[in-house]
Design a binder for this molecule. Structure first.
Ligand SMILES: CC(C)(COP(=O)(O)OP(=O)(O)OC[C@H]1O[C@@H](n2cnc3c(N)ncnc32)[C@H](O)[C@@H]1OP(=O)(O)O)[C@@H](O)C(=O)NCCC(=O)NCCS
Length: 283
């Protein structure tokens, strides 16, 4: 039976959601594990969660599923939070909840995100005709910044590096969110280092500071002819050295198995692995 927040104590629904958030196999990717943060995030949605939440419960009030939605009409897109559903109720309550929350959103494109380990959501998405997108892997490594006067042979990039950097950047990351000009802008948010080959740079790394302790690698690439010679490793060391940060974080898309092997070889661990699911309804 599907219910709204009028029918069921919101505290009980929140408790159910918090329990399902505790493991990647049952969590939705937007919310973390901390109960007060989950509550704050739900209350901060564009549409208050208590208006959009739909709950699957038995007649005696036992909750076995819930879902929430938020949408942006200008972007013509909604984001489903959940559905959080107990395994034995997935096949019945899952499709019902998904249909009930998306029906509220006056948009044609719908998205939801979950860990790649969330088999229940993968099944539900497929069953309901949602398309699974490319997974994104978050990596992190904490180690002391390299010691010594200069642990890497990298140097800070300058405007003179622009033509070579553009070629490398546009080949490896076509259409990405930051242009070569932005990576080289001394007043911008990115820092970029390069390692020189005989005539020009053969590899670059661009990063930003993240929080108090981390450096976030936005882009890293080595010319195909210069790979497997340790340049990638030295560029990571350069970003760590220049930033003075002990934690290095980054994300890699599923279609880059070489990069994933590289980060694993350097001792990075996967901290999250998120897959998007999308549904496009006719306008
Ligand atoms: C990922 C990339 C930067 C690695 O640069 P690199 O200079 O070749 O890496 P290194 O030589 O420092 O490799 C260090 C170790 O990582 C591992 N590694 C690197 N490339 C690998 C690959 N293609 N397959 C398996 N392991 C690999 C190896 O263990 C290697 O040590 P080894 O050569 O002694 O076996 C490079 O392949 C590249 O530019 N790829 C395209 C762009 C990209 O995917 N960037 C990362 C996106 S976030």
């Amino acid at each position: 039976m599907l219910m709204t927040s009028q029918d069921i104590d919101p505290q009980a629904v929140l408790g159910f959601i918090v329990r399902r958030q505790q493991t990647p196999e049952t969590a939705c990717a937007y919310l973390g594990t901390d109960p007060s943060e989950i509550r704050a995030d739900l209350e901060g949605l564009d549409q208050h969660w208590l208006e959009t939440v739909r709950i699957s419960a038995s007649a005696d009030g036992r909750i076995h599923g819930a879902a929430v939605v938020e949408w942006d009409e200008e972007l013509d897109r909604s984001w489903v939070h959940g559905p959080w559903v107990e395994e034995d109720a997935l096949r019945t309550a899952g499709p019902e909840l998904l249909a009930a929350v998306t029906a509220q959103a006056p948009v044609t494109a719908h998205e939801m995100y979950a860990d790649v380990a969330h088999d229940g959501l993968a099944w539900l998405a497929q069953h309901c005709g949602w398309r699974a997108g490319e997974a994104n892997f978050e990596y992190s490594r904490t180690s002391p910044p390299p010691a010594g006067p200069q642990a890497s042979d990298a140097r800070a990039a300058t405007g003179a590096d622009e033509p070579t950097l553009r070629e490398l950047h546009e080949r490896e990351f076509p259409g990405t969110y930051a242009t070569t000009e932005q990576l080289l802008d001394p007043d911008g948010t990115y820092s970029t280092s390069v390692i020189d080959g005989e005539r020009a740079p053969v590899g670059y790394v661009s990063w930003q500071l993240q929080g108090e302790a981390a450096v976030y690698i936005d882009f890293l690439a080595v010319h195909p002819g210069a790979r497997r010679k340790g340049l990638g490793q030295r560029l990571i060391a350069a970003a760590q050295e220049a930033s003075g940060r002990s934690t290095v974080a980054l994300t890699v898309d599923e279609h880059r198995p070489d990069a994933r092997a590289f980060y694993a070889a350097l001792g990075f661990t996967v901290t999250a692995a998120t897959r998007p699911y999308r549904l496009q309804r006719p306008a």
